[in-house]
Design a protein around this ligand. Structure first.
Ligand code: T1G
Length: 688
C-alpha cells in the first residue's frame, strides 16, 4: 500500500491496482483528493504489472461531490476534468466501486470509469441544482448517454439520488456486489472484465438522441416548480446539448453554463444555505461531550391538526407515539385524520402502502395522561393559553418518569413560565413545529433559562431522524420566525390603507419569490384565527371581513373571492372595506410603487432580525435564514433575510430604513447592530 498523498493511496491486489480515497467526512473532491487521484491514476496506468484499476473510497461513502467549501476561492490543485480524462483514457479497465452516496462530482468521476459496481444500499445522484449549479464535470453529457434524456432531465433538475437497484436497471451501474465486501467484489469484477476481454466502455462515445418535443414539454410541466431558480433551466440546456451536439461541444456548453451559475448570486445563496442548515444543528455553549438522551417512545398531548402532524413525524421515523386527548370524539377524529393523511401519501406514491398500517400500528391513542408515564419525550400541543399549559405541565410533572423531556409546542408563549409549573424546569424545552407539522421542515427549539444541556441536544438532535431542520431560539414573543413576521404583517396592513391593494402586496412578494403573499396566506389559514365575534368591534379590516362572514378560503371569500376550484380573484367587498376604512381614518390614498411595497415588507424583517441577534435570541444570522427558508417560504435562491441584507449591503438597508423612519416613525427605527455593521464595513455573514 503506497500512500500517494495524505488522502489517496494505491495498492496492488495481485494484478488489479486499487486506488483508495480516504478524506473524511465524505471524500469530497478537494484539491488534495484531485492531486492524489491524478498521481495515482498516472502511476496505476504506467504500472505494467496490473491489468485493471479499481477506484474505491474508505469511510462512510464514495465521493459525495466536489468540495463545496472550495467554491468561490482561487482554484488549486489538479483540475477535475484532467483527472476524469485520464481515467476515461486509461489503457486498462477502470472500475468505480460505489458505497454510500456517489453524488455530484463523485458520480461524474464514476461515469468517467469504464464500469461501475455498487453495494445495494448505495445511492447515486447529481444534486448540484440544489446548490444553484449543474454537474460541471461532464455529468450532463455522460448521464443522458447512459440513462436517456428524460431520466437525465429528471435527475439533474430534481437533484434527488436513485438507489443502486434502480441504477442497475437503468444501466448506471453494471453490477451489485456484496454489501460486506465492496473492494473484493470490485476486484473480482475487474478480473472478469479482463478475462472476458470486455471493451473499455467510454460513455463519451455513446449516442444520445431525444424527441425535441421532450424539452418543451418538460419545461412546461415544471415551470411552477422551477419558478425563480436559474439552475434548472441551465441544466435542461445542458441535456439538450448532449442530445444535439458532439460530446466535446456539449462539454464546452456545460462549462459555459456552469461558470454562469457559479458566478451568480443564486448559487452563492444556495451554497450558503447548504452550510447554514448544518451549522444550525451546532448549539453554542454546550459542553463538547454532551450526549442526547435516548428517545424510544414519544408522548403527544392534543390530537388536533398540530398534534396529529407532529405525531406522524415520529411514527414515520419508526418511533412509537402515545397520543392523549380529553374526549373520545376528538381523539378518534385526530387519529382518523392521521390515517387519511398517510393513505393520501400512499395514493400519491410518496409512501409505500404497507407503511400506512405499520405507522398507524405504532400509535397508541389514550384518554389518560398517565399513559405517558414511560415516554422519553412528551410534547404538549394544547390550546395557546398560559393557564391551560401550566395546568398540563403541572400534571405532567407528577406523571412523567425521571429524565423524560417535557416539550411545549407553543408558538409564542413564555417557555420559562410554562417550565415554572414543574419541579424540573431543566427538563423543559420549547419544540415549535410549523403547520402542516408533518410537512414543514422547520423546528424552532426554544431554549429557556434552565434547560439541561442534554435536553437541548436531544431536542435539536431528534430533528434529523424525523426529517426536520432544527434552529435554536431564545425566549421572546414569537421567537425568531413569528417575531420577524409581525413587522411585515404590520407594514402590509399599513400599505393597503395608504394606497396599495392586498393583491398588489401579494404580487410583489410573489414576484420576489415567496410562494404566496401575506393576504393570500391569511385567507388560506383563515381570517378568524384568534378572532371572536363576541369581542369584534369592526376596528380592523379583518374584523369587518369576518363580521361579514368572509373568513377566507374556507368561506369562499376573504381578501379574495374563491371559485369551487379555489381559483382566486380580488374581492370587490374587501376593496370597499379597505377604501371605507382609509376614508374613516382620514388617509389620502396614493399610488405606491412596487419597490416601496417590497422595501417596507422586507426591511423591517431584516431590522427585527438584527435586534434578535443583538438580544442573543438567535445564535447566528444564518440560523435566522434557515428559519425563514424552512418555515416561511423565503426563496432559497435569495439565501434568507440576513444573507439578502448582505447582498443588498447593510449601508443600503440602513439608508432605506432611515428614509422610512422619517416618514413612518419607529417601525423603521434601525437596530444598533445595523449601524455597527455599516460603520466597520462588515457583514452579517461574518457573524456566522
Ligand atoms: N463539500 C464539502 N463539505 C461537505 C460536502 C461537500 N460536497 N458534503 C458534505 N460535507 C460536509 C458537511 O458540511 C458536514 O460538515 C459533513 O460533511 C457531513 O455532512 C463538479 C459542482 C453526502 C448526503 O451536493 O448531500 O460536485 O457540518 O452533515 O447527513 O459537478 O452531506 O460536519 O462540519 O450533510 O450524512 C455536489 C452534498 C457538490 C452533496 C451526507 N454534492 N452533501 O449527508 O452528513 S457540487 C453535493 C450531502 C459538485 C461537480 C459539482 C450530504 C451527504 P460538518 P452531513 P449526512
Amino acid at each position: 500500500m503506497a500512500a500517494i498523498n495524505e488522502v489517496v493511496d494505491l495498492a496492488n491486489d495481485g494484478d488489479v491496482a486499487v486506488i483508495t480515497v480516504n478524506s473524511p467526512p465524505v471524500n469530497a473532491l478537494s484539491a488534495n483528493v484531485r492531486d492524489g487521484l491524478a498521481a495515482a491514476f498516472a502511476a496505476a496506468t504506467a504500472d505494467t504489472t496490473t491489468t485493471a484499476i479499481v477506484l474505491v473510497c474508505a469511510g462512510r461513502t464514495f465521493i459525495a461531490g466536489a468540495d463545496i467549501s472550495e467554491f468561490g476561492k482561487a482554484p488549486k490543485g489538479a483540475s477535475l476534468h484532467a483527472v476524469l480524462d485520464r481515467m476515461e483514457g486509461a489503457p486498462k479497465p477502470v472500475i468505480a466501486a460505489i458505497h454510500g452516496t456517489a453524488l455530484g462530482g463523485g458520480l461524474e468521476t464514476a461515469l468517467a470509469a469504464h464500469y461501475r459496481v455498487a453495494v445495494p444500499t448505495a445511492k447515486l445522484g447529481l444534486p448540484e441544482v440544489k446548490l444553484g449549479l449543474l454537474p460541471g464535470a461532464g455529468g450532463t453529457q455522460r448521464l443522458p448517454r447512459v440513462v436517456g434524456a428524460e431520466a437525465a432531465l429528471q435527475m439533474v433538475t430534481s437533484g434527488d439520488p436513485v438507489g443502486a437497484r434502480k441504477a442497475l436497471d437503468v444501466g448506471l451501474v453494471d453490477e451489485l456486489v456484496d454489501e460486506a465486501d465492496l473492494r473484493g467484489g470490485a476486484v473480482a469484477f475487474a478480473r472478469r472484465v479482463v478475462a472476458e476481454g470486455r471493451p473499455l466502455k467510454k460513455i463519451r462515445d455513446r449516442d444520445c438522441k431525444a424527441d425535441p418535443e421532450l424539452f418543451a414539454r418538460f419545461r412546461a410541466e415544471n415551470a411552477r416548480r422551477f419558478r425563480g431558480f436559474d439552475a434548472p433551466e441551465a441544466n435542461i440546456k445542458c441535456i439538450e446539448a448532449a442530445c444535439t451536439l458532439p460530446f466535446d461541444d456539449g462539454m464546452a456548453r456545460e462549462r459555459e453554463l456552469f461558470v454562469g451559475l457559479m458566478t451568480g448570486t443564486q448559487s452563492a445563496a444556495q451554497r450558503y444555505m447548504f452550510f447554514a442548515e448544518r451549522q444550525a444543528a451546532k448549539i453554542k455553549g454546550l459542553p463538547e461531550a454532551c450526549n442526547p438522551r435516548t428517545v424510544n417512545k414519544v408522548g403527544v398531548i392534543g390530537a388536533g391538526t398540530m398534534g396529529g402532524g407532529i405525531s406522524m413525524n415520529f411514527l414515520s421515523a419508526g418511533i412509537p407515539v402515545t397520543i392523549v386527548e380529553t374526549s373520545k370524539e376528538a381523539l378518534d377524529r385526530g387519529v382518523a385524520i392521521m390515517r387519511r393523511n398517510y393513505e393520501a401519501s400512499a395514493a400519491k406514491g410518496s409512501l409505500k402502502p404497507e407503511a400506512v398500517a405499520a405507522n398507524m400500528d405504532r400509535l397508541s391513542p389514550s384518554l389518560d395522561l398517565a399513559a405517558l408515564a414511560d415516554c422519553d419525550l412528551i410534547i404538549e400541543v394544547v390550546f395557546e393559553n398560559m393557564a391551560i399549559k401550566k395546568d398540563v405541565f403541572g400534571k405532567l410533572d407528577a406523571i412523567a418518569k425521571p429524565g423524560a423531556i417535557l416539550a411545549t409546542n407553543t408558538s409564542y408563549l413564555n417557555v420559562d413560565e410554562i417550565a415554572s409549573a414543574t419541579a424540573r424546569p431543566e427538563d423543559v424545552v420549547g419544540m415549535h413545529f410549523f403547520s402542516p407539522a408533518n410537512v414543514m421542515k422547520l423546528l424552532e427549539v426554544v431554549r429557556g433559562a434552565k434547560p439541561a444541556p442534554d435536553v437541548l441536544a436531544t431536542a435539536v438532535g431528534i430533528a434529523k431522524p424525523i426529517g426536520k431542520t432544527a434552529v435554536v431560539a431564545g425566549v421572546c414573543h414569537g421567537f425568531i420566525g413569528n417575531r420577524m413576521l409581525a413587522p411585515r404583517q404590520q407594514q402590509a396592513q399599513a400599505l393597503i390603507l395608504e394606497g396599495a391593494m392586498p393583491w398588489d402586496v401579494d404580487r410583489v412578494l410573489y414576484d420576489f419569490g415567496f410562494p404566496m403573499g401575506p393576504f393570500q396566506m391569511s385567507d388560506l389559514a383563515g381570517l378568524d384565527i384568534g378572532w371572536s365575534a363576541e369581542t369584534s368591534k369592526g376596528e380592523t379590516i379583518r374584523d369587518r371581513l369576518c363580521e361579514a362572514g368572509k373568513r377566507g378560503q374556507k368561506s369562499g371569500s376573504g381578501f379574495y373571492d374563491y371559485d369551487e376550484k379555489r381559483n382566486r380573484t380580488p374581492s370587490k367587498f374587501a376593496e370597499d372595506v379597505i377604501l371605507a376604512m382609509a376614508r374613516e381614518k382620514g388617509i389620502t390614498r396614493r399610488q405606491i410603487p412596487d419597490q416601496e411595497i417590497l422595501e417596507r415588507c422586507i426591511y423591517p424583517m431584516i431590522n427585527e432580525g438584527a435586534k434578535i441577534l443583538e438580544e442573543g435570541i438567535a445564535q447566528r444570522p444564518s440560523d435566522i435564514d434557515v428559519v425563514w427558508i424552512y418555515g416561511y417560504g423565503w426563496p432559497r435562491y435569495r439565501g434568507g433575510p440576513m444573507f439578502y441584507a448582505d447582498t443588498v449591503s447593510v449601508p443600503e438597508v440602513l439608508d432605506i430604513l432611515e428614509k422610512y423612519e422619517g416618514k413612518h416613525g419607529d417601525a423603521f427605527k434601525p437596530a444598533d447592530l445595523l449601524y455597527r455593521i455599516a460603520e466597520d464595513g462588515s457583514y452579517f455573514g461574518d457573524m456566522n
